[in-house]
Design a binder for this molecule. Structure first.
Ligand code: NAD
Length: 355
């Protein structure tokens, strides 16, 4: 296959980790006879410096024209004092909206080789865990009506959670399809005991569940889910939830893996196009030092191969190579706890050797 990938390297460690993922994709292309064409575009702080805005039009049109998009990270202290609409992070909301990315897939997996990094008790994670969170990304309270007003007690602020049937149906279907490809277990998380929007969410989940009799589906209240994630994370396989609940729970799930530099993500729309990025930020404290862990970005590229290009064996090849490198004991400084560690480039070399 011949595919065009837009590269949004961004700020901080972004360029280093995206370069690593590009090298891995090139190795996959060579092995399986695919051509990946990479075109870089500016986003975030670097775009502010060059163009005066965090998301130039050229970046948006380049991403829309590409077959898929790989993003590093944006932001850093240099741009922290700019007004909200000029902040690097604003570009993330802008590109998600422009591409219509309503699905966010966030895996949280505890690698057997990294059990020691998990902050939970050993007996709780004896068998590891492998969770896929399907988060709605373009609706709900983050996009609802909001404002300030004078109320009975003076100044008031409000935000509104609103979900349409269409928005719920499409994300719930993605979740059932995802569950079908995994262990056929789906938990839908809501707050249906209090919120009207959650009651509609739950009703639609039950309707769609009838079309997926092979998938075991249950509801869970969000407060209970927050507890269950630390009490027994292995009970979860696929989770589907709204934008805000997903935002919070996916960060909780990533923390219990203990290794922020390991976790990829995919944001998808109705087409096969997607935006793939590590869940961590631009790590300005270690930028430009060849110290960053590139694995989250490399695994994001593996998700791209699977979800955008339907290349299951190529994707698995990357995942297996990462597993091997970790099982052989190689670590970047974030996972080495002071022991000798490999640089960004060196660990990428090890992964490529195992492809
Ligand atoms: P961060 O994720 O950048 O860093 C948190 C800590 O984790 C730091 O100590 C960092 O060194 C470490 N870390 C993160 N990724 C790592 C990796 N791959 N390898 C090794 N260590 C890693 O979060 P932060 O410090 O809160 O934010 C820094 C900047 O990133 C801010 O400007 C923030 O707005 C931005 N940010 C961007 C995104 C994004 O682009 N999607 C997400 C979160 C934060």
């Amino acid at each position: 296959m011949n595919l065009n990938i837009a590269l949004l390297k961004g700020d901080g460690i972004g360029p280093e980790i995206v370069d690593s993922a590009v090298r891995v994709l090139e190795a996959i292309g060579k092995k399986y006879d695919h051509t990946f064409n990479f075109t870089p575009y500016d986003i975030g702080g670097v775009a502010i410096d060059k163009h005066g805005i965090p998301l130039p039009e050229e970046t948006v049109s380049g991403c829309l024209a590409a077959d898929s998009v790989l993003l590093g990270a944006v932001g850093g202290p240099k741009w922290d004092t700019l007004p909200g609409n000029l902040r690097p992070e604003k570009a993330l909301l802008g590109i998600r909206a422009a591409m219509g990315l309503f699905t966010n897939l966030r895996p949280a997996k505890l690698y057997p080789a990294l059990k020691g990094d998990c902050p939970l008790r050993e007996d709780i994670v004896a068998n590891g865990f492998d969770i896929m969170i399907v988060r709605e990304l373009t609706g709900g309270i983050y996009f609802g009506e909001r404002g300030m007003r004078e109320g009975k007690y003076g100044e008031e602020a409000y935000d509104t959670e609103c979900y349409s049937r269409m928005e719920i149906e499409r994300i719930v279907r993605v979740a059932f399809e995802t569950a079908r490809k995994r262990n056929k277990k789906l938990i839908s998380i809501d707050k249906a005991n209090v919120l009207e929007s959650s009651r509609l969410w739950r009703k639609i989940v039950h309707e769609i569940a009838e079309q997926y009799p092979d998938v075991e589906c249950a509801d869970m209240l969000v407060d209970n889910a927050a507890m269950q994630l630390v009490r027994n994370p292995a009970q979860f396989d696929v989770i589907v939830t709204s934008n805000m609940f997903g935002d919070i729970l996916s960060d909780e799930a990533s923390q219990i893996t203990g290794s922020i530099g390991m976790l990829p993500s995919a944001s998808l729309n109705e087409t096969t196009k997607g935006l793939y990025e590590p869940i961590h930020g631009s790590a300005p404290d270690i930028a430009g030092q060849n110290k960053a862990n590139p694995i989250a970005t490399i695994l994001s590229a593996a998700m791209m191969l699977l979800y955008s290009f339907n290349m299951a064996k190529e994707s698995q090849n990357i995942i297996d190579a990462v597993d091997k490198v970790l099982n052989e004991g190689y670590r970047t400084p974030d996972l080495a706890h002071g022991a000798p560690a490999l640089t960004t480039v060196e660990i990428t070399d090890k992964i490529i050797e195992r492809i």
